[in-house]
Structure formats: C-alpha cells, structure tokens
Design a protein around this ligand. Structure first.
Ligand code: UD1
Ligand code: CA
Length: 457
C-alpha cells in the first residue's frame, strides 16, 4: 500500500521576521523541511508531495537534484485544507492509499510515530497525532465526547471558553484514507474566524460519515513542536543538539559538557573519542578511534584518522587528516589539506590545498598553500609559500627529508628535491637539487667601530 506523504510548506512564516521562507530556516545545520523530507523518505513505500507557495522557487532550489519529491504549487495560501486539496490531483490511484499530512515547520517528528499513524489508518479510520500541551495557546483543540471518542478539532480562534480549556491539541500531523479525502476536501468551507479552508474540519465530517478516529498521544513534545518564531526555533535547536550529544555519549564519546557541542550536519565517531567544550561540527565529519578534540574547535566536512589530536582554537574545513596527527593550537586547515600519518601542525600555521607526507612538521607560524610536501619534511617557523603572483596560483614540490630553515619564502613554482636544506631567512625562487644547501639571502657584513645615533640637544 502506497503512502502519499503531503508536506505542507507553502506558508510565509510571518513571525520569523525574515526574508527567508520559514521552512528553509535551519535546525542542526539543515533546513527544517529537509528534516521532514528525510523522515518521510525513511518510511517504506512512500510518494512525497511538498506543497509550496511562498518563495516557492527558493524552496525548490534547495532540493535541486532530489527527484523523489513531487512539487505541488499552492499559489494562494487559503488554508491547510486548501493546501492538501492542491496535492490530491497528484496522487494517482487513491483506492487503497493513505495520505499522511506533515508540516514543513514541525521538523523533529519521528519515524516511529508516523509508522504508528500509518498502520492504524484505514478506509474507515483516520489517525491523528495529538499532544497534551501544558500551554496549548494558538493551537487546534481535540474535542472528545463523553466516551472519549474524538468528534472534532476546533481551532483556538473559533473555540469557546470551555474548548479553550482543553489541553489536548492537534499536532497538524494525520493519516487519512485517500479515497474519501477528495470528497471531504470538496465540502470544506471557509466560514471561520480566519476565513481559511481548515483541514481540521474534515474530522467532524469523517465522524458524521461513521469513521473511527485513532489518536496517538505524544510524550516528547519537541517531536510535534512547530516553529513559528526564532525563540521556538532556538529551543528546538537546543533540544536537538542535546539529543545528538546524548546519542554520541551513549555510543561511547566522552564530552566535557554535552551542552557545549553543536553538530550541524552528520558526525560519526570511532571508539574512545574525547571532546572538550565549544566544539562545532559542520557538514559531514568522521572521527576515527581515540581522536581527542580540544576546546573551541570548528571542524567542517573533514575526516580524521585514529589517535589524532586537535588542540584548542583550531579551524578545519574540507580536510583529510590521517592517523596520529597533532594539529593546533590555533591552526587553520583550509580546503584541500591532506595530512598523512604522524604529521604535526602547530600554532598559527595555515595550510591550503596542500599535501603533507608522513611525519612532516610545520610547528610554528607558517603559510603552506598549493604545495606537495614529501615525508619527514621540516617547515621552519615563519616559512611562507608564495603561491600567488598576483594573477595566478602556482605549486611548490618539496621532496622527502627536506629541511626548510625559519623565515624562508618559497616563491612558487619551485621544486626542492629530497634531502635538500634551505638556510634560514632564504628567498628561494630556483629549484634546489637533492641534498644541496640553498642559501638565498644577503650576505652579513659586520661594521666595527660603528656609533649609535645620539639624541639631538
Ligand atoms: C495548524 C492546525 C492546528 C494545529 C497546528 C499545529 C489547521 C487549520 N490548524 O494551525 O489545528 O494545532 O497547525 O501546529 O490545520 N500551510 C500551507 N498552506 C496554507 C496554510 C498553511 O501550506 O494555505 C502550511 C504552513 O506553511 C505550515 C502548515 O501548513 O507548514 C500549518 O499552517 P499554519 O498556518 O502554521 O497552521 P496553524 O495555525 O499553526
Ligand atoms: Ca503553525
């Protein structure tokens, strides 16, 4: 049985006070809508329809290349019932199918809850996800009869005082029999306080038609929490981060403070990983066994091998670091950095688009850009790879066991062959043969009998 998932995402999100459409605001580094789509994709046998309207093109653009999404345009946002009605012609044969309605601004909905709603819905049964909310303000109330059977949903703006006292609310997420839905949607009116076609009005219609309403009531309120403003978004973000941190700790990661790491993307960790405070992971990050991360470190789209140590205040982006490396404190690894086993990168070293062979070291103040360094190379303090001539970039090649003395400038393109030694303070702009000593600096003169300047009277 195919499940047609209809994700409502056409609204403007006025209370976000932003130019960006609401469903593209990020939670854990991903737009809210992407969380919902990913959860929907994880369900078996689904077709996914996303209803867009406000800033439709920028929403679509974010999912470019994801062919599994069927986009439904709702030109005017006339209400949630109207939104679902726009998707109905996209469904194909609806005979057996279930329509699962999700909201693009309820990002943390779990797969387990959705599976429960789906398997309890049927030709004569609607499933609703409800929540007992301590503060139900602004939300639709679940109306039950004396026997406890659901009879309707009433929006707060249309509710009387008794109904407003009900704390069981509609999450907006429901599973409905597709075959009957078209009919109900056609009967919807907009004679209510908001002048909208409410999807919630079909509950009373279904009850009148003899349908059963199944409800699943949720304990974890974050799961069904919608985001209407930045305050709610930040609360959900903290909850989400806490959940990831707890999951990582259960998997064996040691954290100095689970409240002070953020994962904005996907992080995988080997065994016995240790993290200090204020560590941010972005994009796809993979850490090997026994990796230690110091405080105030940002790591984006990177792979770190076993036993590697990242010291405080280091920033890493699009880099691959092998086993037993030490990086930092205060190091910056930019895109295209590749460190082989046992490399050491110390304070105030910046590396970009460069490869460092096994056991090479750049321990203090240096810029290594567009270079290939062999094994056991020593880059002295203050070394600059001059990769840019003002117009083009050029590469440097440094052989195994090369020693580059402090405060050298290597003017690319230049090759320094294995075993060569560059004297401190050299400017190197010609190739150096194997095992040679290269000295490229003015010769020192000592002037004896020289008098220091004296102060004018
Ligand atoms: C809706 C429910 C309410 C529930 C609440 C939970 C209705 C009438 N009310 O209220 O019972 O408690 O969600 O959060 O369904 N949307 C469209 N097109 C439209 C209108 C809305 O795509 O024409 C989308 C919005 O982008 C949003 C979702 O539908 O993702 C919910 O709409 P919203 O206006 O936020 O509904 P609520 O008033 O919160
Ligand atoms: Ca809402």
């Amino acid at each position: 049985m195919t499940v047609n998932v209809v994700i409502l995402a056409a609204g403007k999100g006025t209370r976000m006070n932003s130019e960006r459409p609401k469903v593209l605001h990020q939670l854990g580094g991903k737009p809210m809508l992407e969380h919902v789509v990913n959860t929907a994709v994880s369900l078996p046998d689904t077709k996914i329809h996303v209803v867009i309207g406000h800033a439709a093109e920028s929403v679509r653009a974010h999912f470019a290349g994801q062919d599994s999404i069927d986009w439904v345009l709702q030109e005017q946002q006339l209400g949630t019932g109207h939104a679902v009605a726009q998707a109905m012609p996209h469904l194909g044969s609806t005979k057996e199918s279930i329509v699962l309605v999700l909201c693009g601004d309820v990002p943390l909905i779990s797969r387990a809850s959705l599976e429960d709603l789906i398997c309890n819905a049927g030709p004569d049964t609607l499933s609703l996800l409800t929540l007992n909310a301590p503060d139900p303000k602004g939300l639709g109330r679940i109306i039950r009869d004396r026997q406890g059977k659901v009879t309707a949903i009433v929006e707060e703006k249309d509710a009387n005082d008794d109904q407003r006292r009900i704390s069981e609310i509609n999450s907006g997420i429901m599973a409905l029999p597709a075959a009957r839905l078209t009919d109900w949607l056609q009967q919807l009116g907009n004679d209510n306080r908001q002048g909208e076609y409410y999807l919630t009005d079909i509950i009373a219609m279904a009850v009148a038609a003899g349908c059963h309403i199944y409800t699943r009531t949720i304990d974890d309120d974050y799961e069904v929490q919608g985001v209407n403003d930045k305050v709610q978004l930040s609360r959900l973000e903290r909850h989400y981060q806490r959940r990831i941190a707890e999951q990582l700790m259960k998997e064996g990661v040691t954290m100095a403070d689970p409240g002070r790491i953020d994962v904005r993307g996907n992080l995988t960790c080997g065994r016995d990983v240790v993290m200090d405070v204020n560590v941010i992971f972005e994009g796809q990050v993979s850490l090997g066994d026994n990796v230690h991360i110091g405080p105030n470190v940002t790591i984006k789209d990177a792979t770190l091998g076993n036993d590697t140590v990242i010291l405080a205040n280091t920033v890493i982006e699009s880099a691959t670091i092998a086993d037993q490396c030490t990086v930092g404190p205060f190091a910056r690894l930019r895109p295209g950095t590749l460190l082989s086993d046992g490399v050491k990168v110390g304070n105030f070293v910046e590396i970009k688009n460069s490869t460092l062979g096994r056991g090479s070291k750049a321990n203090h103040f240096a810029y290594i850009g567009d270079a290939d360094l062999g094994e056991s190379v020593n880059v002295g303090a203050g070394t600059i790879f001059c990769n840019y001539d003002g117009v083009n970039k050029h590469r440097c090649h440094i052989g195994n066991n090369v020693f580059i003395g402090s405060n050298s400038t290597l003017v690319a393109p230049v090759n320094i062959s294995a075993g060569a030694f560059v004297a401190a303070g050299s400017t190197i702009n010609a190739d150096v043969p194997e095992n040679d000593l290269a000295i490229g600096r003015g010769k020192q003169r000592n002037i004896s009998g020289w008098k220091r300047p004296t102060r004018k009277q």
